[in-house]
Design a protein around this ligand. Structure first.
Ligand code: PLP
Length: 247
């Protein structure tokens, strides 16, 4: 399916654009991590990226992680989880993934807390924020995000080190940029109130279509899929349903 793409060349291209964006923004390249988003990408292709030195991978569906990341080619490496997390998938997610970028509601926080207490563990997570006011996006709304952060800060099992967002899908850069600025402003507000301490410094924002803008606006981690692995067979609506479901 993806056999015709040149992985190394695509990565090189994205790396070059990241470097240029950092330069333009007066930022050091080391401030920005490149996550390779591997949904629908087969294990042998992920393993190629691994051989090129990449270690930061993102997956959007627990079922896919369960079916794919047990492959020996992946050397028991764990992806980070960037998709909508259902409470009944919390255990599997904690087993198979590392950092979770998509904590966005209290019943999920409680489910994570219960399971982490049971295990005697602590887990690093990001809070996902809906910065675009679009109904179709997951994430806590901008208005409720500070309150939500305050509530999450009471859980010792959950270490919040960042915020995550998907920007508006728009050809108008200014609208996309505004979403990233909203996330950065929220980060500053939370930092001023010192809810999560010094480790709270990540902004997970920017995808194939908009990572240069995200870097200009302060992204510390960009999540890039199609620009590296080629187009996916599944439509985006599979990952971001039109209508918000309850869980
Ligand atoms: C798929 C996905 C990405 C990457 O999207 P591309 O457009 O393929 O770069 C980023 N973030 C999340 C949450 C995703 O599900």
């Amino acid at each position: 399916m993806t056999s015709t793409i040149d992985l190394a060349a695509n990565i090189e291209w994205v790396e070059k654009k990241i470097e240029e964006s950092c330069l333009a923004a007066g930022r050091d390249r080391s401030e920005v991590s490149l996550m390779l988003v591997t949904k629908t990408v087969p294990p042998d292709r992920i393993s190629q990226a691994h051989e090129l030195g990449y270690r930061l991978f993102g997956e959007n569906k627990i079922q896919e992680v369960a079916g794919k990341w047990g492959d020996p080619a992946l050397n028991s490496h764990k992806p980070e989880f960037i998709g909508h997390l259902q409470t009944n998938k919390v255990k599997t997610c904690l087993d198979l993934c590392s950092r979770i970028h998509s904590v966005d509601r209290m019943n999920l926080v409680e489910a994570l807390n219960r399971e982490l207490l049971r295990r005697g563990e602590r887990r690093e997570v990001f809070i996902q924020v809906n910065t675009s006011q679009e109904e179709s996006k997951y994430g806590v709304s901008l208005n409720e995000a500070l309150d939500f952060a305050k509530q999450v800060s009471r859980y010792d099992t959950i270490e919040v080190t960042g915020l995550m967002t998907l920007a508006l899908f728009s050809k108008e850069d200014a609208l996309v940029r505004k979403c990233f600025q909203n996330l950065r402003d929220l980060q500053r507000t939370i930092q001023r109130q010192d809810l999560f301490g010094k480790n709270f410094r990540h902004l997970s924002m920017g995808m194939s279509s908009d990572y240069p803008i995200a870097i200009q606006e302060g992204a510390t981690l960009v999540r890039v899929g199609t620009a590296i692995f080629g187009a996916r067979a599944t439509p985006d609506s599979f990952y971001w349903p039109e209508r918000k479901t309850e869980d």
